[in-house]
Design a protein around this ligand. Structure first.
Ligand code: DON
Length: 309
C-alpha cells in the first residue's frame, strides 16, 4: 500500500457507490432467515473510519441492518482478548472451501471446525466467549456500543427469533460439535448467544468505528489496547483467508483486504494502518456475500491502488 499518501475518501466513496449501483438487481436477498427478507433490496450504504478519527459516509450509511456473520469478527476478537491462544485449541484457521453452513467437514475433522468464521467455528468461539464472560452476546453488544458510541445499538429480537425458528442446520452443527466434546456450555445456551449476536442491528457507521481497532493494530477508539499487534495481525490474516467463506480467494483477488461478510449484506474490510471500510447492500451472490458491497470495495481499492498487496 502506498505509504503516507492521503486518500480522498469522499471521491472514492462516490466512485464506489456508482460501481455498486451499476450492479442493479444482481443477486438475491437472504430468505432462509425469513425476517431478513423484509429488507429493501436496493438499499446501499458505505462508510470509512480512518485511524486518525475521520469519518466519511455515503448513501444509507447510517441505516441499521442485520450484521449477521460480520459479528463473528467481534466474537473472535473478544475471545482472543480474554482467552488468548486457548481459543485455537477448539477451532482451526484454514479456509474451508465449503459454504458457511456446511456440515461435511465436521465429521472427518472430529468436531474441530476449520475456522472461526464458518457457522461451526463461530459456534465454538461463541461458546468460549460465553465461558469467559458469562454473556457472550452481551459482551459483543457492549463492545459494539462502546466503540461506535451508539448506545441504542441492539439485537433485533424478531430476527433472532426467526433464526432460532429456522435454525435446524446450526442446531445440527452445535449438537455434532458437542458430541465431540468441543462445547463447554449447553447447546441451547450457545445457540441463543450465537443468534443474539448475529441478529444485532448496526449501520455501516457503527461497524467502521467498531472495527477500526484492527486498522490500529489492536488499539481501541479510546486509545486502550484490546489485543497485541501480533494478535491483530492474526485476526486480519484469518479475515483475509476465511472471512468471505469459499469466495475468500475471489475477495482477495478483487478487493485485496481482510474482510468479513454477513448474509444481511454487510461487508467490513480493513486497510491496516489506515482505515476500516464497510459497505452494505442486501443482494447476495451464491457464496452469501453482498454483490454491491464487494463491488464497492473492489472499486475503492482498485481506484486508490490501496490494498494489502
Ligand atoms: O447462522 C447463520 O446462518 C446466520 N446467522 C449467519 C450467516 C452469515 O451471515 C453468513 N455470511 N455470509
Amino acid at each position: 500500500m502506498p505509504a503516507g499518501e492521503n486518500l480522498d475518501y469522499r471521491l472514492l466513496l462516490d466512485a464506489a457507490a456508482a460501481a455498486a449501483r451499476a450492479t442493479g438487481d444482481q443477486g438475491h436477498v437472504a430468505d432462509y432467515i425469513p425476517a431478513l427478507a423484509t429488507v429493501d433490496p436496493d438499499a446501499f450504504g458505505m462508510a470509512v473510519a480512518t485511524v486518525d478519527g475521520e469519518l466519511y459516509g455515503i448513501g444509507d450509511w447510517e441505516q441499521p441492518f442485520s450484521v449477521q456473520s460480520v459479528s463473528k469478527l467481534f466474537t473472535l476478537a473478544l475471545a482472543l482478548a480474554h482467552g488468548g491462544d486457548t481459543v485455537w485449541r477448539g477451532v482451526g484457521r484454514e479456509p474451508s472451501g465449503n459454504p458457511f453452513n456446511s456440515l461435511v467437514q465436521l465429521e472427518s475433522e472430529h468436531g474441530i471446525p476449520r475456522n472461526p468464521f464458518i457457522n461451526a467455528g463461530a459456534l465454538v468461539v461463541t461458546d468460549r466467549l460465553q465461558t469467559m464472560t458469562g454473556d457472550a452476546a452481551g459482551a459483543v453488544r457492549e463492545f459494539l456500543r462502546r466503540e461506535s458510541g451508539n448506545p441504542l445499538l441492539d439485537t433485533d429480537p424478531i430476527v433472532a427469533a426467526s433464526e432460532a425458528e429456522h435454525g435446524h442446520r446450526n442446531a445440527a452443527l452445535a449438537h455434532f460439535i458437542a458430541s465431540h466434546g468441543n462445547l463447554e456450555n449447553p447447546v441451547e445456551t450457545v445457540l441463543d448467544h450465537y443468534y443474539a449476536h448475529c441478529a444485532v442491528s448496526a449501520s455501516c457507521r457503527d461497524l467502521v468505528l467498531a472495527g477500526s481497532f484492527l486498522a490500529r493494530y489492536g488499539v481501541r477508539t479510546d486509545g486502550t489496547r484490546l489485543m497485541s499487534r501480533s494478535e491483530a495481525k492474526r485476526v486480519n490474516a484469518v479475515l483475509l483467508t476465511c472471512g468471505t467463506y469459499d469466495a475468500a480467494g475471489e475477495f482477495a483477488f478483487r478487493v485485496g483486504l481482510p474482510g468479513k461478510s454477513g448474509v444481511g449484506g454487510g461487508v467490513l474490510a480493513i486497510l491496516p494502518g489506515r482505515a476500516a471500510v464497510c459497505a452494505w447492500g442486501p443482494r447476495l451472490d451464491q457464496a452469501g456475500n453482498s454483490v454491491a458491497a464487494v463491488t464497492a470495495l473492489d472499486a475503492l481499492t482498485t481506484l486508490s491502488g490501496c490494498s494489502i498487496f
